[in-house]
Design a protein around this ligand. Structure first.
Ligand code: 3PG
Length: 420
């Protein structure tokens, strides 16, 4: 038991059916529909291997979204194939989540076998938007289709999805109401390391927020600035573009079209309010980069060509951010500064990650894209901590009890150790 939560050490799982929620949500190439990284799948391996080695029938639940918020869900079949290679043992996969086919396959599992169900967010009640628009209590989550159909087949629920610990959804918080529950090894490591290390970040503390998970980024920005955890927030990617638009700066028609086509228009208004409240502590890009005829071009804010779509921060901004990072005592990074997968638009992200490797301050990198970038620029070993969670990490820093932590603590009290 750690932090009031049961661990795997407290349960004998041999011959038991274990429902294990993992976070294998990877950055996806939207055009090809392929996974751009396998980092989070790799991180899930120790718990899955341990459960299988100990003779559990392992039923995995996972989600896969797109990098643009909560759209374009992908099936989890590619994850099963990656997992099979990493574990070097068969991993069954089924194109069902909790219907008759999935339930029958679970009943037929033998000790040590592993089954990955299809994307849990194919079940409507699991949708993140549902969480945002209509919050279900944990008791109500226990009455959702997913929990009612799968829980009776299981002896134990294990949550290893630290990266999704800030989500209040049935696959994450519903099973703890009705089953003995434990955190998995990855969850245990991440939660314990973050709890111990990050109680009081040394100042100055800088947050670098980018990427395209806009609702998360703005929530983080407000909370870390409001709580005083962050002294300064450096912005880039779509987050930076939206803030620039909110400030009334021209960012190019292509950039604006992308914001509106992705349904982010409403965030321009939200960004106005945040910027008005914290202008002195939010740094915006002073120049931007775009691609013309396959070549990187840069422009200063105030002199942005009318039609462009900004895909990276400019080199001047990158330099300014590098200085901020090098002078900070603590730096948190969540989200890239631009489309770092392409050579023409990687400069901003590359500069930030190289600065992280060079600074003397303590550095924490979180989230799927950031973990991928740290690997791409070969700086993982030089960072203080690389966390699979982005949103979860930052939500934790706000001091709020994470919904999954609350649910796991409830299960520990309700069902006790070893499910007794
Ligand atoms: C993440 O990528 O932050 C986690 O996998 C949670 O995914 P979500 O933001 O789509 O809920």
């Amino acid at each position: 038991m750690r932090f009031g939560i049961c661990t795997l050490d407290e349960f004998d799982v041999a011959g038991k059916t274990v429902l294990c929620r993992v976070d294998m949500n990877q950055p996806v190439d939207r055009e090809q529909g392929t996974l751009k990284s396998t980092a989070r799948i790799e991180a899930c391996v120790p718990t899955i291997r341990e459960l299988s080695d100990k003779g559990a029938k392992v039923v995995l639940m996972a989600h896969q979204g797109s990098d643009i918020e909560y759209k374009n869900y992908y099936c989890t079949q590619p994850h099963a194939r990656v997992l099979e290679t990493l574990l070097d043992r068969p991993v069954q996969w089924i194109d069902d989540v909790c219907g008759p086919a999935a339930r029958q396959t679970i009943r037929e599992l033998k000790d040590g076998e592993i089954l990955l169900l299809d994307n849990v967010r194919y079940v409507a009640e699991e949708q993140t938007l549902f969480e945002m628009k209509l919050r279900l209590t944990h008791e109500q989550q226990a009455k959702t289709l997913l929990v009612e159909k799968l829980a009776p087949l299981a002896d134990l629920y294990v949550c290893d999805a630290f990266a999704a610990a800030h989500r209040d959804q049935p696959s994450l918080c519903g099973f703890e109401q009705v089953l003995p529950s434990a955190m998995g090894r990855l969850f245990e490591t991440e939660y314990c390391v973050i709890s111990e290390l990050m109680e009081a970040p040394e100042k100055p503390c800088v947050f670098v927020l980018g990427g395209s998970k806009i609702s998360d980024a703005f929530m983080m920005m407000e909370t870390v600035l409001g709580s005083g955890v962050a002294d300064t927030v450096l912005t880039g990617g779509l987050v930076g573009n939206i803030l620039l638009a909110a400030k009334g700066e021209a960012i190019g028609k292509g950039s604006l079209d992308f914001i509106y086509k992705s349904n982010y228009g409403e965030y321009i208004e939200k960004a106005k309010a945040i910027y008005a409240a914290y202008a002195g502590r939010i740094m915006l890009p002073t120049d931007l980069a775009y691609v013309e005829d396959g070549v990187r071009r840069e422009c200063m804010i105030g002199d942005v060509p009318e039609a462009i779509c900004a895909l990276d921060i400019g080199s001047r901004t990158a330099k300014q951010y590098e200085t901020e990072i090098r002078n900070a005592r603590t730096v948190f990074v969540n989200g890239p500064m631009g489309v770092f997968e392409k050579a023409e638009t990687e400069l901003g992200t590359k500069t930030v990650f190289e600065a992280l490797a060079a600074t003397n301050g303590y550095t924490v990198v979180g989230g799927g894209d950031s973990v991928t970038a740290a690997a791409k620029y070969k700086v993982k070993d030089k960072l203080g901590y690389v966390c699979t969670g982005g949103g979860a990490l930052i939500r934790f820093l706000t001091g709020e009890e994470l919904p999954v932590v609350k649910a796991l603590r409830f299960a520990a009290k309700q069902f006790g150790h070893k499910g007794e």
